[in-house]
Write a new protein. Structure first.
Length: 405
């Protein structure tokens, strides 16, 4: 199938747990049914939000109001306090912030969020990267469970720069948003292996988006690509079972994939490998393969004809996407992506179809297809089911520092 037409059909905001995310799961299911697949849904509970309104007002030493978005899941609030700029990554700066509103460039992980609360900050303001429209993002539900809630808003780069240049001292932040408990869906379609059906390869992508974004590149492209792969392998099955999964609520903290590995803990041994596609189709992008497994997989890609038809950057590392909960449970993963051009605009309202074309989408699709055929038809699975100690350490640090788990 051509990937681009389907991608256009899901180019709208798809926040985890929202009506729009559920609409997208129905669109995916309808398409899978048209292929002759037998898809099903697994639901899981989450805390989600609807983007609201926010503003920042400087009251000393000058008066000005700046447009903002609430940071998702940080509640509604109106607070006044002295402003302090805090550079992330400098631990010594996290003290002496009691009762202050903290200005931060960029996003932060759980470790930083926890430090703000432990040092009794009153609230926080995040600054977007330069040359991007104002974006709306969310903290993770687990942050709140572990450390409590802290009011936060997000402003654009120019506004943040002006606050520092004019030495803003006292500010008021106001935010209003709706938070609600709901469910999100994982969509699953399985193609039974012709001979080694008890050995499973997972092919996955997340289909949700961040707030205020159409999520074309991130990750409508990945969702559409694995849909095309499912159609191909329904017609051309391999010897091992292929389990295609469209994960919900990845942008809220890998919620769909984490729920999946928890629910299926007793059946994870059957999974040999996970292939995850997170962003593709970037016209001006570059092709990336991230191997979360042993060096033999990395060496294979560097020598294989699979990567000869296009230039790929190949490295052994971890990937903050839906393959990681599997890697945490000892299952190697391969992440394929194409990014670096239009992906600059991900997580904003400018993540649009204009940065994607069919030719660029087919690069990742074709490489994935060839790799799946290779591992799906090998007489003996060609790679060890293991995660090297160096990557295990990175995974532990990721979950502790970034996710608070």
């Amino acid at each position: 199938m051509e990937i681009l037409p389907f991608l256009k059909s899901i180019a709208f905001e798809r926040i985890g747990g929202s009506t729009e995310e559920k609409k997208t799961s129905s669109i995916i299911i309808k398409k899978l049914n048209s292929f002759g697949a037998h898809p099903y849904i697994e639901r899981f509970k989450i805390l989600s939000f609807k983007p609201g309104t926010a503003q920042l007002t400087v009251i000393k030493p000058y008066n000005k109001t700046y447009k903002a978005y609430p940071v998702g899941l940080t509640g509604s609030a109106k607070i006044k306090g002295n402003l302090r700029y805090l550079e992330l990554g400098t631990e010594k700066n996290s003290g002496n912030i009691k009762d202050k509103i903290i200005l931060i460039k960029g996003r932060f992980d759980y470790k930083n969020y926890k430090a703000l609360i432990e040092n009794k900050a009153k609230g926080f303001i995040c600054i977007d990267p330069p040359e991007k429209k104002l974006s709306c993002f969310s903290i993770e539900e687990n942050f709140i469970k572990q450390s409590g809630k802290l009011p936060g808003i997000n402003i654009d780069f120019i506004s943040g720069l002006e606050l520092l240049q004019k030495q803003a001292k006292e500010v008021i932040i106001e935010s209003s948003q709706k938070e609600y408990e709901t469910t999100s869906n994982n969509v699953i379609a399985e193609i039974k292996g012709s001979r080694l059906s008890t050995e499973v390869i997972i092919v996955c992508a997340h289909y949700d988006s961040v707030a205020t974004s159409k999520g074309v590149m991130d990750n409508g492209t990945g969702s559409a690509t694995i849909l095309a792969l499912s159609e191909y392998f329904l017609k051309n099955p391999v010897q091992r079972t292929l389990r295609f999964i469209w994960f919900g609520s990845e942008e809220l903290g890998l919620r769909g994939s984490m729920d999946y590995v928890t629910k299926h803990k007793d059946k994870l041994e059957e999974i040999k490998m996970v292939l995850n596609i997170d962003m593709s189709g970037d016209i001006l992008g570059k092709n990336i393969i991230i191997v979360t497994g042993n060096k033999d997989i990395e060496k294979f890609f560097k020598k294989s004809s699979i990567t000869k038809n296009a230039v790929f950057e190949i490295r052994q590392s971890i990937h903050s996407s839906d393959s990681l909960p599997f890697a945490k449970n000892g299952i190697p993963g391969v992440g394929l992506s194409r990014y670096g051009g239009g992906t600059f605009y991900i997580h904003t309202s400018e993540d649009n179809i204009e940065f994607v074309n069919e030719e660029s989408l087919q690069i990742i699709k074709n490489a994935s297809q060839d790799f799946i055929k290779f591992i799906g038809n090998a007489k003996k699975f060609p790679f060890k089911r293991e995660i090297p100690d160096s990557l295990k350490k990175k995974i532990r640090e990721y979950y502790t520092n970034r996710r608070g788990m």
